[in-house]
Ligand binder design. Structure first.
Ligand code: NAP
Length: 301
């Protein structure tokens, strides 16, 4: 089977996927780094364990309206696991019966694990983010101030992870005030006594405590000519910056942070570790995240 190819819904009915199959499904999906990362990690597992020699990870272009039809077909073809990406992460909640509590709180699933009746849903994005912060910036959320930029799915996953891990303060800013308030009230209904301070991106809250981390979960920075979402000059001197964007590998936000002497990292480590966690859920093995990171970097070239 060809793991470089982009498969479609029709292929699920006409192609026999042999061995143990995994896949990422999204729309668009052509540029996903997941097949490269996962197939590299599977090859590494196969070097020492025969059972993984026939495992393969594919990519499927599935449009939003095709998801409900696609999931039973993946199950029938015995796909062991699926990663969901844009635009399926939220929509899948209505199609999956068993959903892990953190995925429920995040309002999205990015990983499906096959069971006899269907698939159970997890969300490994928050875990991937926190591992990325630990590896790249040597911090965890516990006891520190967290500022999240954005109010979409990635911002929500980051906020839930920060709350679950016991951050000391949570600040959230977004371009659309309405979307931000919707997200904050949604989080408030799940987590009792959660005090989230909202702000407008052009005016950061005053008196920010040390230490702290800014997480960019907006799409601002995806285009090389994009401005930075905030003015890093307003951050305390010891804060760190994590940009979920990894392509381009250095956004203006990161450049401005570094110019001010603040440590900054991009979102590749989050991508790698959400993937590693998913693969661990499917294989029940410890996965070599460094192999996945190297494959992702190579695929980005
Ligand atoms: P999303 O749900 O579409 O949310 C997009 C967010 O970006 C919204 O808060 C939106 O603000 C904001 N935004 C878009 N254009 C903007 C602009 N011109 N100025 C200011 N804000 C703007 O997307 P998502 O899934 O949460 O993803 C957000 C980012 O995280 C993307 O860059 C994505 O690539 C990245 N991400 C990375 C990883 C990883 O593994 N590293 C994982 C997930 C996502 P409004 O509400 O005002 O529209």
């Amino acid at each position: 089977m060809d793991t470089e190819k982009t498969y479609s819904l029709e292929d699920l009915e006409t192609v026999a996927f042999s061995g143990t199959s995994l896949a990422v499904i999204g729309h668009p999906i052509k540029h996903s780094l997941s097949p490269a990362m996962h197939n590299a990690a599977l090859a590494r597992l196969g070097e020492t364990d025969e059972r993984f020699k026939d495992w393969a990870y594919y990519r499927f272009d599935i449009r939003p309206e095709q998801l409900a039809e696609a999931l039973p077909l993946f199950h029938k073809q015995r796909f062991r696991g699926l990663n969901l990406t844009i635009p399926h992460k939220v929509r899948a909640l209505d199609l999956i019966k068993e959903i892990a509590p953190e995925a429920q709180s995040m309002g999205a699933v990015n990983t499906l694990v096959r069971n006899e009746a269907g698939y159970s849903g997890l969300n490994t994005d928050g875990y991937g983010l926190e591992r990325g912060l630990a590896i790249d910036l040597d911090i965890t959320f516990e006891g520190i101030a967290v500022m999240i930029l954005g109010a979409g799915g990635a911002a929500r996953a980051a906020a839930v992870q920060a709350i679950l891990s016991g951050c000391s303060n949570l600040y959230m800013g977004n371009r659309s005030e309405e979307k931000l308030q919707g997200l904050i009230s949604g989080l408030g209904s799940i987590f009792d006594q959660t005090d989230i301070q909202s702000f407008a991106l052009n005016t950061l809250p005053g008196d920010l405590p040390e230490p702290g981390i800014v997480i960019n979960a907006t799409a601002l920075g995806l285009n090389p000519e994009d401005p930075a979402p905030i003015d890093v000059a307003q951050l305390p001197a010891e804060w760190k910056v994590y940009d979920m964007i990894y392509n381009p590998s250095k956004t203006l936000l990161m450049k401005q942070a570094e110019a001010r002497g603040l440590e900054a990292a991009n979102g590749l480590s989050m991508l790698v570790h959400q993937g590693a966690r998913a693969l661990e859920a499917w294989t029940h093995q410890t996965v070599d995240a460094d192999v996945m990171a190297a494959a992702a970097r190579e695929a980005l070239k």
